[in-house]
Ligand binder design. Structure first.
Ligand SMILES: *Cc1c(COP(=O)(O)O)cnc(C)c1O
Length: 401
């Protein structure tokens, strides 16, 4: 569809310089992509990983799943987080199920969780025979909103499952107070935020059980893998019993542990760099209508971690539908994606219970955009390319619709 100049909205000031500086056509319409090489790779090439692989090869541990590397990794994770018990397993999704079982969640129980969350968490609640109760999310970061908890907790509630998503942080102090008042367990899913700091504590250490993921795209990666963290010996023992039914049913291998340990050493430094990049990018995009980075409410001693950088996208204000935006920006070589599909929209109402309107989760369903993390370890120029791609698409929105 062609638009006359009269139909085209007046560009806001921040765009004007870009329009003159980069008036090239969008890659989607045959123009030159801003990043012809595409998004940066993950994982990074890294000598310390190569050394770990060589060692595992030399001593034969690459073929085993019982050995000292897994034990050493568990100990390092325990020390880093200041918890007594860490159990690794085959995936983050399985770790969530393990956490639920360790908290004695089972048939007939309910688990309160955000209506906007990783779908695997919803399925894990069902896997143990329980039912999710979905609550709304925060207006600014579309992560679980603590004020929705109290009305959702009933006599069948066994646990609250809290995920920190897309650079968002849930105020855990408030969650713990509420859960304590009602006597329900808290499972804290830190799959996207290893090493993040929330109100003075590391993510994953607030709840009765914390969950980590070592999936292929995650900040700590071994292709696959996960872990649970807990201070409670009885909780740890229940998890261990569930894992060891005759044999370890879903282990992390020695080879996976070998490549994870060097990454732990660099996590804090990399998280710090990603955080600075996210702040810088938010600055660069300041004033961009229709694309607002997730904002955490002010919390003391808190530092988010970025597996994805989340944005609230307003298609109307931006001038182009979200799916089309993603197609166009990816054609420029920038790794934006749509966020999760909200659980209350996607899943049959027989499979969950709700107690209040899920208006923000509805917005999150329609409007979440996420930027994949590797670019946040890049140069200033890499970040500027992200901003330029967004601006380019915004300028050409009428042509791209
Ligand atoms: C990735 C992820 C998990 C676990 O995923 P695995 O790929 O199974 O390791 C759990 N919760 C959230 C929020 C995640 O992003």
């Amino acid at each position: 569809m062609r638009h006359t100049d009269a139909e085209r909205p007046n560009p806001p000031e921040w765009e004007i310089h870009v329009m003159s500086a980069d008036s090239s056509r969008p890659a989607l319409l045959g123009g030159e992509p801003i990043r012809p090489q595409g998004p940066p790779d993950w994982p990074l090439g890294d000598e310390t990983i190569l050394d770990a692989l060589r060692e595992a090869y030399a001593d034969g541990s690459w073929g085993r799943y019982h050995g000292e590397r897994v034990a050493r990794l568990e100990q390092q994770l325990a020390e880093m987080h200041g918890v007594e018990h860490v159990l690794t397993c085959g995936s983050g999704t399985f770790a969530v199920e393990l956490a639920l079982r360790a908290c004695k969640v089972g048939a007939g129980n309910e688990v309160v969780m955000a209506a906007y969350d990783y779908v695997g968490n919803f399925l894990s609640v069902h896997a143990v025979g329980a039912r999710p109760v979905l609550v709304d999310v925060d207006t600014e970061n579309w992560n679980l909103a603590p004020d929705g908890l109290a009305p959702a907790i009933g006599s069948a509630t066994r646990a609250v499952l809290v995920s920190h998503l897309h650079g968002g942080l849930v105020p855990m102090r408030e969650i713990m107070e509420l859960a304590g008042r009602f006597g329900v367990a808290v499972i804290e899913d830190a799959a996207q935020t290893p090493g993040a700091r929330i109100q003075g504590r590391l993510a994953g250490t607030w709840g009765d059980v914390g969950v980590l993921s070592f999936g292929g795209s995650k900040l700590l990666t071994a292709g696959r893998g996960g872990a649970i963290l807990t201070r409670n010996p009885a909780t740890a023992q229940r998890a261990r019993l569930h894992l060891q039914r005759g044999n370890h049913i879903c282990p992390l291998s020695e080879l996976q542990a070998a490549v994870l340990m060097p990454q732990l050493d660099r996590l804090a430094e990399r998280n710090d760099r990603r955080l600075r990049s996210a702040e810088q990018l938010a600055q660069m995009l300041h004033g961009a209508t229709g694309l607002i980075p997730f904002r955490n409410r002010p919390m003391q001693e808190s530092l988010p971690a970025y597996y994805k950088m989340g944005f609230q996208y307003d298609a109307e204000a931006f001038g182009i539908g979200r799916e089309r935006f993603v197609t166009a920006v990816r054609a420029e070589g920038i790794a934006f994606d749509e966020g999760f599909r909200a659980l209350h929209v996607e899943r049959s109402p027989q499979r969950w219970r709700g107690v209040a309107p899920l208006a923000q989760a509805e917005r999150a369903h329609r409007g979440t955009l996420v930027l994949h993390h590797p670019v946040l370890l890049g140069s200033d120029e890499d970040l500027a390319q992200v901003a330029r791609a967004v601006q380019k698409i915004r300028c050409h929105a009428p042509l791209l619709r």
